[in-house]
Design a protein around this ligand. Structure first.
Ligand SMILES: NC(=O)c1ccc[n+]([C@@H]2O[C@H](COP(=O)([O-])OP(=O)(O)OC[C@H]3O[C@@H](n4cnc5c(N)ncnc54)[C@H](O)[C@@H]3O)[C@@H](O)[C@H]2O)c1
Length: 399
């Protein structure tokens, strides 16, 4: 068979530990034999980030801006222990944070559903995608401990004019916090969500607590509403999907009772908490994909999980591993499909579809990695645990 040709390269960001091993296996076993892969390669492994003073991460993000589609392997975000382990020059920032700051996007997390692994909520038949606003609120807040006295919020405008808001009159010790967001960031979050919902043809729900936080959350609600009415209402009606704004407590209740098939836009903290709940409720973190979509339509695909450190140490000792590659495979297929769509390459899109189907079929027919064995239940099939490499070969056989 002739290999499938590509026109524009995909930006490829390599990563760390076990996922770096899995990355190479996926390419060797499932992609390179079939696709004449054009990739603009960046090694974001921690060793190379340290060597290049993290310049490589910026270069990869800029290349993503240039080409429009990237696929990223999981990477280590260094902490004190990693500083010693890798003898680092500096505690480099999270690569995802750096890339997000350059591309200014929203992260969408969606579970991969498999027949045989039932979600904890039996009515969930379709994926629930969490869109998390990735700027501001408590993640960029200042907080402090207060004693007896007055806490106030002071805003000084460009001309030096001050407005003071009383926060609380403390009779005893307590705590205070101040946080912010910007109209620009909220608007780009809104546009990313509307675009994504149109792309996957799913309804969009957005929730805040504007009944309590009238000005702060009220601003989010108003910006979404204005952008929806002015730029997206017609497109949504044409696509037959709805936009629903509701309170976060109502959204939680509706989500639990739903059949899935929803994009749920959440403020930063809500998205942080709800995405872990949704991932766990759908079965496994290793089956959760993640895509960063910028307001100007740039896509970066990755797995939602980390570098699976424990498996890597086993691998280094020469022991057999059974690491789940599904989310990383779906990151690749997401990028290949997007590239295929943009460059009008139906064969590439078709290949990515077939690879996804072969992956799901392998699990549905009882061959899987260790993390899924305990979750899998299907009449007449006893799940079989395969090693990382054997699982990929089992997919290749079906592909
Ligand atoms: N997007 C990213 O690049 C990203 C995200 C999270 C963590 N990290 C990095 O990953 C490293 C490890 O972090 P962690 O342990 O908190 O997260 P992790 O996702 O690597 O592991 C969390 C738990 O889930 C299990 N798990 C995760 N993915 C799995 C898979 N594919 N197959 C089987 N089991 C799987 C692990 O064994 C572990 O018990 C850290 O250095 C962290 O900085 C990177």
């Amino acid at each position: 068979m002739a290999k499938i040709l590509m026109k524009t390269p995909i930006v490829e960001m390599d990563g760390d530990e076990m996922t770096r091993i899995v990355w190479k296996l996926i390419k060797d076993i499932l992609i390179l034999p079939y696709v004449d892969l054009k990739s603009d390669y960046y090694d974001l492994g921690l060793v190379n980030r340290d060597k290049t003073n993290d310049e490589i991460t910026v270069q990869a993000a800029n290349a993503t801006k240039k080409y429009g589609v990237a696929v990223k392997c999981a990477t280590i975000t260094p902490n004190a222990q990693r500083m010693t382990e890798y003898n680092l020059k500096e505690m480099w920032k999270s690569p995802n944070g750096t890339i997000r700051a350059i591309l200014d996007g929203t992260v969408f997390r969606a579970p991969v559903l498999v027949d045989g692994i039932a979600p904890y909520i039996p009515t969930w038949e379709k994926p629930i995608v969490i869109a998390r606003h990735a700027y501001g609120d408590i993640y960029k807040a200042v907080d402090g401990v207060a004693g007896k006295g007055k806490a106030e919020l002071v805003f000084t405008d460009e001309k030096g004019e001050k407005t003071t808001l009383p926060v609380f009159d403390f009779k005893d010790n307590g705590v205070v916090l101040a946080m912010h967001n910007t109209d620009k960031s909220i608007a780009s979050f809104a546009r990313s969500c509307f675009n994504y919902a149109l792309e996957v043809k799913l309804p969009l729900w957005f929730s805040t607590k504007d009944t309590i936080s009238k000005k702060y959350d009220g601003r989010f609600k108003a910006i979404f509403e204005k952008i929806y009415n002015e730029e997206y209402k017609d497109k949504f009606e044409k696509a037959g999907i709805e936009y629903l704004y509701t309170l976060i407590d109502d959204a939680v209740a509706r989500i639990i009772r739903s059949r899935g098939g929803i994009v749920w836009a959440c403020k930063n903290y809500d998205g942080d908490v709800m995405s872990d709940m949704i991932a766990t409720a759908f079965g496994s973190l290793a089956m959760m994909t993640s895509v960063l979509v910028s307001p100007d339509g740039i896509y970066e695909f990755e797995a939602a999980h980390g570098t699976v450190t424990r498996h890597y140490y086993k691998y280094l000792k020469g022991e057999e591993t059974s690491t789940n590659p599904v989310a990383t495979i779906f990151a690749w297929t997401g990028a290949l499909k997007k590239r295929g769509d943009l460059d009008d390459l139906p064969d590439l899109v078709d290949f990515a579809d077939r690879l996804e189907k072969a992956t799901l079929r392998t699990i549905e027919e009882g061959e899987m990695t260790g993390d899924l064995v305990g979750l899998f239940k299907k009449d007449g099939i006893t799940p079989q645990k395969l090693s990382t490499e054997d699982f990929l070969k089992a997919i290749a056989k079906r592909l």
